[in-house]
Structures are given as C-alpha cells and as structure tokens.
Ligand binder design. Sequence first.
Ligand SMILES: Cc1cc2nc3c(=O)[nH]c(=O)nc-3n(C[C@H](O)[C@H](O)[C@H](O)COP(=O)(O)OP(=O)(O)OC[C@H]3O[C@@H](n4cnc5c(N)ncnc54)[C@H](O)[C@@H]3O)c2cc1C
Length: 304
Amino acid sequence: MDVKSRLEQIAGRDNVLSQQPLAAYTSFKVGGAADYLVTPGSMDQVAELLSFCGQASLPWHILGRGTNLLVSDSGVRGVVIRISDNLAAVSVCDATITAQAGAILTRVSSMALAHSLSGMEFAEGIPGTVGGAVVMNAGAYQGEMKDVLRQVQAVTPQGDLVSLSAGELQLGYRSSVFQQNRYVVAEVEMELVPGSKMEIKEKMASFSRQRREKQPLDKASAGSTFRRPTGYYAGQLVDQCGLRGKRIGGAMVSTKHCGFIVNEENASADDIYQLIRHVKQRVKEEQGVELETEVQFWGQFGDK
Ligand SMILES: Cc1cc2nc3c(=O)[nH]c(=O)nc-3n(C[C@H](O)[C@H](O)[C@H](O)COP(=O)(O)OP(=O)(O)OC[C@H]3O[C@@H](n4cnc5c(N)ncnc54)[C@H](O)[C@@H]3O)c2cc1C
C-alpha cells in the first residue's frame, strides 16, 4: 500500500491532503507545501500515524495553530500532523480544567473566567493551542503554563500513551521536555484557584489592552521573534542597533515593537529568515549579545 492510502486508512480520506501549502496554517502566512498534511480525529489515530511514520522512516511534524513557526518556502518533507480544532474538547471540574491539545489557549482562559477561576489570565492574547503552549511553556505578564500545569497525557514517537506529572516536564523559559523527546501532547490538566470574576476579567482586559498598545497585532507575525536574553530585552537591543523598520524583501522589523518581525508585504519565508539573521548579526556585533530565536524553523533555510 502506498503512503497516501495508508494515511487515509488511518485518518480518513477527507483528512489527508498531499502537497498542501502551509502558509494558510501559520500566523506568518508564509511557507511551502507539506508532502502530506493529516488532520486526525482522535488521539488513537495520532498514535497510529506516529507508529506508521516510524515503521516507514517518514519524517513527521506536529502542527498546532502555527503561531510560533517559520516554515521554509520549499516546505517540509514527510507528514505534518495537525492538532488543532479537530481535537479541542475542554471541560471544567471544580478548579481543574482539562483540555485536549488542539484547544485554543484563549478559549481555556475564557472558560476559566466563566467559572471564576484564576491562573490563566496571562494567556489572554496568546493565539496558539494548549499543546503548543505546553511545548513552548508559553507565558506573558509574569505568568506561564508552568504555574498551572498538573498533568499531561502524551503520545510517544512509538505510538504509546503516557502520563507525565508537572515535575517531569522540565518547564523553563519557553522550553519543556517535549522539545527534546518529541512526545506529542494529547491532553492537559490545569489546576487553577477560585477567584473573583471581576478581578480576573479586569486583569485579562488590562493584558489585552497592553498587547494592543505595544504589539503589531494587525500584522502577520509569530509573536516575539527572539527569546529574552538574560538581563536585556530583545526589542530594546534591536532598536539600539537602529533596526526599527529595517526591511528585507517583504519582511520588516516592526516599527511598533522591535522584538517582532512582521510579514509587512508578501514576504517569503526566506525574507523573514534573512532578516532574522541580519538582526542577530548586528546585535552580536554592536551589543555583544547573542540573540536566540523563540520562533521554530521547519524545512531548509539558506545555510541551515
Ligand atoms: C501575535 C502573537 C502573540 C504571541 N504572544 C505570545 C506570548 O505572549 N507568549 C508566548 O509564550 N508566546 C506567544 N506567541 C507565540 C505562540 O502563540 C505560542 O508559542 C504558542 O504556544 C504556540 O502554539 P501553536 O499551537 O501555534 O504551536 P505551533 O506554532 O503550531 O507549534 C510550535 C511548536 O510546538 C510543537 N507543537 C504544537 N502542538 C504540539 C502538540 N500537541 N504536541 C507536541 N508538539 C506540538 C510544534 O511541533 C512546534 O515545534 C505569540 C504569537 C503571536 C502570533
């Protein structure tokens, strides 16, 4: 049986696309085609897909909402498994919220608000999935996933379901064990605390206002391009190098927030990649600081 037929057998015919451009699935709005884009309907299917890819030596990637990704213009080889609105159930029991990995993080924070539960306010305005947020230990405004995570169900690359407690997740600044072990996050349990609905609402509104004031939310981006270097702010370093508004092709250092690289005008992934390189080089030369990217790269780029 050929690869496409086997993928269709696992996930259903309508849920397997060949040579599907990924630009529409990423917040940068760039990126070439995946050999196969599969949207499974259950975690059992995810497990089966991983085990098939292993046996067939096919490379695979997990795609959430693509809000922290730069996909190369030449796309990605193998199978991209999309875990987004297809696996997005959320439930609340007392102070515990259980969410499938594809649930949008802001839906979880809205549900927390509706149930007067505090702890997820920081997530207001983070556009990714719960799975992506666990992998990245996403955070903002002095809050992060680490503060609320209790348990994660995950699928190993061999297709086995495992349960990990928060202590096993090695959660650090925008990092987790999942960036090393390539387990797929399936379901997440978050422990919140009962609070005042009014205060939770005000906090979320304030975070949302700060984002609108400071971030270029009207432009395609992947949020902060760079990780925060110890003792500095990436945006400030970039600004001090005179790079505000710097363009390569259609990619630009945001004039509103220098920590964001935006797709200003029909940028290619290569434009964005070259601009990231340029910014890193200038900041290294002029400020002596090595910037690291927070954005994840898929596929082949220039000299990478
Ligand atoms: C306007 C804007 C603002 C942002 N603000 C913030 C912010 O304040 N704080 C912050 O931390 N981030 C922020 N981000 C970045 C991004 O939203 C987060 O990193 C988010 O958690 C990524 O989720 P995603 O579903 O989009 O993941 P994707 O971008 O799809 O994937 C990111 C990585 O996680 C992996 N992954 C995704 N889902 C799974 C899964 N279920 N199992 C295993 N691996 C998986 C992918 O393979 C990839 O390596 C912002 C982005 C934008 C565009």
